[in-house]
Write a protein that binds this ligand. Sequence first.
Ligand code: G6P
Length: 609
Amino acid sequence: MCGIVGYIGTRDAGPILMDCLKRLEYRGYDSAGVGVIQEDRLELRRSAGKIAELERVLGQRPVRGRAGIAHTRWATHGRPSAANAHPHSDCASSVAVVHNGIIENHRPLRRALESQGHRFGSQTDTEVIPHLIESRQGEIETATQEAVRELEGDYALGIISRRDPGKLVAVRSGGPPLIVGFAPDGLFLTSDASAILPYTREVLSLEEGEMAVLSGEGVRLATFDGRTVDRSPTRVPWDAETAQKGGFPHFMLKEIWEQPRAIRDTCGGRADLEAGEVRLADLGLEAGALARVRRIVLVACGTSWHASLVGKHVLESLCRVPVEVDVASEYRYRPPIVDPETLTVAISQSGETADTLGAVRESRSRGSKVVAVCNVVGSSLARESDGVLYTHAGPEIGVASTKAFTSQLAALDLLAIHLGRARGTLSPDSARALLRELADIPRLAGDLLGRADALLEIGSTLRTSASVLYLGRGIQYPLALEGALKLKEISYIHAEGYPAGEMKHGPIALIDRTVPVVAIAPQGRLYEKTLSNVEEVKARDGRVIAIASEDDREIAGKADHVFRLPRTSELLLPILTALPLQLLAYHAAVLRGCDVDQPRNLAKSVTVE
Ligand code: G6P
């Protein structure tokens, strides 16, 4: 998804902006650009494709200046091209704008501006903004303030202008995040703190409806209607090193291997094994309020939605309360049945997903309390919720989510145990036993990864498949969905996740020797039933890859390949099941020569609808 960086200070802006821009590559984009105030001119360089292409353009026509903005664009309005790449400018080349989000009323604005004689050079919604600013007099911040009054939609903007070469203006309205960074030799602007971490960890997030003017005199923060805002910067808990690859060929592989640590950090300090209690300091809801909850709604998108589906099983088992799970983009427009006795739990790695934020606003407007399960401290979701349960996965750079997912599962286990205790549906002994098993999951995950070489060979058998079917039952069904999603996201092989019992109602028609079936079949309540489904596949010449328990003797005779999972509680096992599924997808994708960290058409965090 689009990324913004900006710099104003005593150093040459060009190389700093390019360095920061590269740190945003992981988010997914299809064109890029940079704009700098050079003496009394505005110099823009833009290109379609990767940042390396923009670097080539800059090599031929370098820029120099002490204030600039840059952008990675993920096409929404208009195809990926140099003309549609940001920054966008006005007729007189006096103002340059980078933009994340969508201007909903860009069509009427464009028509009005064109009738006043403005000429447009792109198909984007963004380009109306520099033209609107151009048509206003006065200092850049005043002109901007007036211009944004015309805009409808969600947007984060970075603006520079020849009128005021010593200023960089930042504007935030609605979803997309925007952060100011304070470094000794300059001020930064970014939509993602990890872009500026080598320069500073001191940051200030703009709230919705705020505008900041960055200049040699510091940062002036105000609301759109001109009220001064006084807020202190906070410190980002990650350093630049944490956000790099650390010797692994891909971020995704590094992040898969980080899972034992991520799960340990997510549970660390929260589980009180002696008391059989979970301490969740930022939950924002007292035990009494939790006991009164009559219904829980989980909302999320993508991989986080799969975590929610697992969460439903755990919450219903331990808390005996009805749980509904909804894809956030569906939930927000239904209209949902929610009241003050409903607890909404919103799950999002980034905390910036527009649909999830929309769902949270919908719930809150109907009186529901909202708890966020989120990986980014201070994200929009964390700020807009009544309470937060942070996962401590660390920055996740690979677009396909791995360690954020398993940390979400661990966080939901903690939440369920906490709620079960508060509601009296879980005894201290049962809570203690589960917490002990949860505390052991990082060790089991580490052992499993130590045996992961076998998955390279199994993954290579998927490489040439046109389609793969993933089957699971009960709490493992969402893992079938997640396994299939991982494979399609990064290898572009078509894959479907199905509840194994549903296979006979349709997907069985697909089975032949060319369609591999990944069967998630650990021992447990539904083992025998899943095994019958595996036999149905074999009876039709299907190839079976089984993810099974370590001491299962039967499965070897029924599957072509078996990868074994250690034993743990059925409720916690999905955390371990996720690992081989992630690695199968990873190896298949690498063997196919795919860009696993930045798959085509995907974005790490989708901040528009
Ligand atoms: C995008 C990413 C997915 C992610 C989803 C939800 O589609 O590519 O990997 O699962 O957004 O993101 P969130 O940050 O809300 O968990």
